[in-house]
Design a protein around this ligand. Structure first.
Ligand code: PLP
Length: 395
């Protein structure tokens, strides 16, 4: 007898995913996330992490994490508005506000939580959310939680954005334009100066998710607002502490009144326990390191330019990337996976990215160059990619 507990409906869906080459499996690291690491028992060069600056296993961050544990314990013990808000959380927010050159900052448990909490809190019935069609899943989910109407504009298409703004100008209480700062799957940078200009022309608010630009773009990684010198003209700047900063967490930077409102209405802030002291301590150290020196971001960009130059010469299609995110676009999902598998056999880990993370038919491997890679490692990767790329008729 078939039972409801057999989950037959999920087995069927999984089989469909497998047939179309869209089924994902998770790999396991033995040890820290570094430029070279042991994945599924094999030593490989790691080209898939978001650990842009090599901070996730940095001695200074680890020391700060341990000190925070000694002082504050392993866990925060409550949600922040009850009794989980420790001095160390306040310190991180004050430091981030200074770093971002904004009035105030509120930290959430992750970038995902930050989007889920912020978008719904600052929009309501009668508003319109206008979102770039390639925005991150957490923005899409955040918008879904809002009672506002939603629409998308074509990716980085300013004519399409203006058309929407013009058509909707007097039909809504407020409009909010949301964009990724750097698009995570293609590595292109949002046209923020034009977005801000259009927003000002039509009286809309702006919201930038700098997850992939925090620690990457702008002076010492201050993000796209700093990169384009738009301080004071973007209403909500989201950052993550989980990527270049090397730990975990997310934050929104903006006006003090925005932060005061989110303390009262940001649901993940209200209903999910505060970040643990170890994570907060390590984040503080990372931001201090960025404020002390541009050494880390300089090294990241050097490596990215070096690697992309070499891949381009070989004839790989690296798309529209302007940042260390370097996609190699292959198209067919199964072929992208096969490319990744063969690279892994030869000692390079670069994970395939397929639908639904990217549109169907744009399967790719996404190379994440970091400050932690040596030229020697990058040369080795390029040689292996050339060999496998030729074998598979990709180049
Ligand atoms: C990764 C990412 C997030 C999620 O950040 P976490 O801190 O990992 O939850 C949010 N937005 C964008 C654009 C991202 O790339």
């Amino acid at each position: 007898m078939k039972s409801i507990h057999d989950m037959e409906f999920l087995k069927e869906k999984i089989n469909q995913l497998k047939e179309s080459g869209l089924y994902k499996e998770v790999v396991t690291l033995e040890g820290p996330n570094e430029s070279e690491c042991i994945i599924n028992g094999k030593k490989v060069i790691n080209l898939s992490s978001n650990n842009y600056l090599g901070f996730s296993n940095h001695p200074r961050l680890k020391k700060a994490a341990i000190e925070a544990v000694e002082k504050y314990g392993a866990g925060a013990g409550a949600v922040r508005p009850i009794v989980g808000n420790m001095r160390i959380h306040d310190e991180l927010e004050e430091l981030l506000a200074k770093f971002k050159r904004e009035e105030a900052v509120l930290v959430f448990q992750s970038g995902f939580n930050c989007n889920a909490g912020t978008i719904q809190a600052v929009t309501e019935d009668g508003d319109l959310i206008i979102s770039d069609e390639l925005n991150h899943a957490s923005i899409i989910d955040g918008a879904r939680l809002s009672k506002a109407k939603k629409t998308t504009f074509k990716h980085s298409d300013m004519e399409d954005l203006e058309r929407i703004l013009k058509e909707n100008k007097n039909k809504h209480n407020r409009m909010l334009i949301i964009t990724d700062g750097v698009f995570s799957m293609d590595g292109d940078i949002a046209k923020l100066p034009q977005i801000v200009e259009l927003a000002e022309k039509y009286g809309a608010m702006t919201y930038v998710d700098d997850a992939h630009s925090s620690g990457v773009l702008g002076e010492s990684g201050r993000g796209t607002v700093d990169y384009f010198d738009l301080h004071g003209r973007v209403d909500f700047t989201i950052g993550t502490l989980s990527k270049a900063i090397g730990v975990v967490g997310g934050y929104v930077a903006g006006k003090k009144v925005t932060i005061d409102w989110l303390i009262n209405r940001g649901r993940p802030f209200l209903f999910s326990t505060a970040l643990p002291p170890a994570a907060v301590g390590a984040c503080i150290e990372a931001i201090n390191m960025l404020m002390e020196s541009t050494e880390y971001t300089d090294r990241l960009w050097n490596n990215a330019k070096y690697f992309k130059g070499k891949l381009g010469k070989l004839g790989f299609n690296t798309g529209q990337s302007e940042t260390p995110i370097t996609p190699i676009i292959i198209g067919d999902e199964s072929k992208a996976k096969e490319f990744s598998n063969r690279l892994f056999e030869k000692g390079v880990f670069v994970s395939p990215i397929v639908f639904p993370t990217v549109p169907k038919g744009t399967g790719r491997v996404r190379c994440m160059v970091t400050a932690g890679h040596s030229y020697e490692q990058l040369d080795k990767v390029v040689n292996i990619m050339e060999e496998v790329g030729k074998e598979m008729n990709i180049i």
